[in-house]
Write a protein that binds this ligand. Structure first.
Ligand code: C2E
Ligand code: SIN
Ligand code: SIN
Ligand code: SIN
Ligand code: FE
Ligand code: FE
Length: 509
């Protein structure tokens, strides 16, 4: 049925193959109030195949009918649209409906008018977002075919771009999520999960790091799926996973990425020292687009991996600084290192039972020893006075909270800022009668509310230059008595619910 000019045959050549099993259909909507137009259109396009797909016709005899179909079917490629139907400008109104109301910018609209006087080409093309304008009289069978092919081709390109855009959008979302993560174990695990969820890969994948264990090169399995899941956390010798060792050799040459048949391995060196390898299998299931999106994701990861490594290093540096600062306090106030450790342990424990994330509870544990850093600024004679302080002396002593805050604040370093907060708020009371600012209830940061409990518990449990240690039962009785006065009642309940654990920390040196 389909007729060609010789010069057009070349144009369609590769697309018009004999196809026994079409891969799907192009949906084309015919909107026209004349039955004969529907029939002749279908006749021309009936056996037509473009990119291995046949045509599926949807028919509407008025703009109203077309609206119903357009609302239902989301994947219509082309509309062949009459202008004059129930109204003189029904077709033009439908164009507005498609583009503005349905917000469908993908569908190709070919306007076919029998009365160009009703809709002059120039005016319509300028004012309406259509893709082609044809007079019914000029639209021979041959021309119709050319018009459809070119519309389908551009629809196909648009959809490919759109799918790519969506794919990129998902990748950007994944990357943004990953940037939020600062712990390499969690990062690697979520990375593998996300990649496997977005791509038909797997089941086996791993994220490993090279570590130097007593001069020997070893691998630490940071994350893994499929058959590598069982190795997570293990430190293994160089010949780990013999079956993929050839990939290691290959990627070590190029120090980038290596894709061989069904397998893929990527190498990153973060902050110039830490070597990471990421492995996936099942690569053959990716089509060309998926593969290129996969590569975009993988090649951008090195920045996130660097961030984590830098953050690790920063935390490590800050932790060392904190340990050094706490030591200074211990020496000056004749307290023991174990005091600092106990306050940390109690604070961590309460934080965990309260529901802080592991990372936050660890942060609290690291910085809790800084609470009394401000005692650096308190005269020796007051700090180590064997007896009770006079009111004037105690007034001076209270300054240690703000002194500590001023020492620690303003660095922009997370650990030190948290330390500053704890220094300032570790003597604020739940009822508002604490110092330095008389904050009340939840105005006091959770770190402050936890630290005061850990601090007082420990101060009472041990000898101080000015007092003897109290027995455990008396310490607990005091803590309970101060529930809702000095201390957040919920946190005291946590303490009571875990009394046996607390008791183990009592008196421990
Ligand atoms: P610290 O020794 O680390 O004590 C921390 C907190 O534990 C005290 O905060 C207080 O709330 C509680 N605490 C410690 N010992 C006792 C006690 O015997 N009875 C009661 N009820 N609570 C106790 P506070 O009171 O704000 O004191 C802050 C810091 O001031 C203390 O830190 C300590 O360095 C110093 N300080 C307080 N009172 C005296 C004192 O009588 N003599 C001396 N030399 N220093 C004192
Ligand atoms: C690790 O323990 O996470 C590997 C050591 C490293 O950071 O290279
Ligand atoms: C101050 O520096 O005195 C103000 C600190 C605060 O209350 O946040
Ligand atoms: C929280 O972690 O519960 C919020 C901290 C606060 O109470 O200020
Ligand atoms: Fe203090
Ligand atoms: Fe203290």
């Amino acid at each position: 049925m389909v007729l060609f000019d010789d010069d057009k045959i070349e144009f369609f050549d590769d697309e018009l193959e004999e196809i026994s099993t079409p891969l799907g259909y192009w949906n084309i909507l015919i909107v026209d109030d004349e039955k004969i137009v529907h029939e002749s259109t279908k006749m021309v396009l009936n056996d037509f195949v473009f990119q291995q797909k046949r045509i599926n016709f949807l028919c509407a005899y008025s703009a109203a009918e077309a609206k119903v179909i357009l609302k239902e079917a989301k994947d219509i490629a082309v509309v062949l649209l009459d202008v004059v139907m129930e109204k003189d400008n029904s077709g033009l109104e439908l164009v507005k409906y498609i583009r503005d109301d349905l917000n469908n910018q993908f569908i190709r609209i070919i306007l076919r008018t029998g009365q160009p006087g009703q809709a002059p080409e120039e005016e319509v093309v300028i004012n309406y977002d259509i893709n082609d304008y044809k007079m019914k009289t000029e639209l021979t069978l041959q021309k119709l075919l050319t018009t459809i092919v070119s519309a389908l081709r551009s629809y196909d390109n648009i959809m490919e771009l759109e799918n790519n855009r969506k794919g990129l959008e998902r990748i950007i979302t994944i990357e943004n999520d990953l940037y939020e993560l600062r712990n390499i174990n969690i990062f690697a695990q979520i990375l593998l999960q996300q990649v496997l969820r977005e791509h038909p890969l797997g089941p086996d994948s791993f994220y490993i790091r090279v570590i130097h264990d007593q001069e020997r090169l070893m691998y630490k399995v940071i994350a893994g799926t499929g058959k590598y899941e069982a190795f997570v956390g293990d430190i293994l010798p160089m010949n780990l996973f013999d079956e993929v060792s050839y990939l290691f050799d290959a990627v070590k040459q190029t120090k980038t990425r290596y894709h061989f048949e069904d397998e893929y391995i990527s190498y990153y060196k973060s902050i110039d020292i830490i070597e990471n390898y990421i492995y996936f299998n099942g690569m053959n299931a990716l089509d060309k687009n998926q593969l290129s999106l996969f590569e975009v994701l993988i090649s951008n990861l090195s920045v996130a991996v660097d961030n984590i490594a830098l953050n690790d290093k920063l935390i490590q540096t800050q932790s060392e600084l904190i340990n050094r600062l706490s030591e200074v306090i211990e020496v000056r106030s004749e307290e023991t290192a174990s005091h600092v450790q106990r306050v940390s342990s109690i604070a961590y424990m309460i934080g965990k039972y309260y529901g802080l994330e592991e990372e936050e509870a660890q942060l609290l544990r690291t910085v809790a020893p800084l609470h009394d850093v401000g005692k650096i600024g308190i005269p020796e004679s007051i700090l180590n006075k064997p007896g009770k302080l006079t009111p004037e002396e105690f007034q001076l002593m209270k300054e240690h909270a703000m002194i500590g805050y001023r020492i620690l604040r303003g660095s922009g370093l997370e650990l030190l800022e948290a330390g500053a907060l704890i220094a300032k708020e570790h003597h604020e009371y739940w009822n508002g009668n604490g110092y330095p600012n008389g904050l009340k209830g939840e105005e006091i940061h959770i770190y402050g509310r936890i630290t005061i409990i850990a601090d007082v518990f420990d101060a009472l449990s041990h000898d101080r230059v000015y007092k003897k240690a109290w027995p455990f039962e008396e310490v607990m009785a005091f803590m309970v008595e101060q529930r809702g006065i000095m201390f957040d009642p919920d946190l005291i309940d946590i303490l009571l619910n875990h009394e046996s654990e607390i008791k183990m920390l009592y008196g421990s040196e």
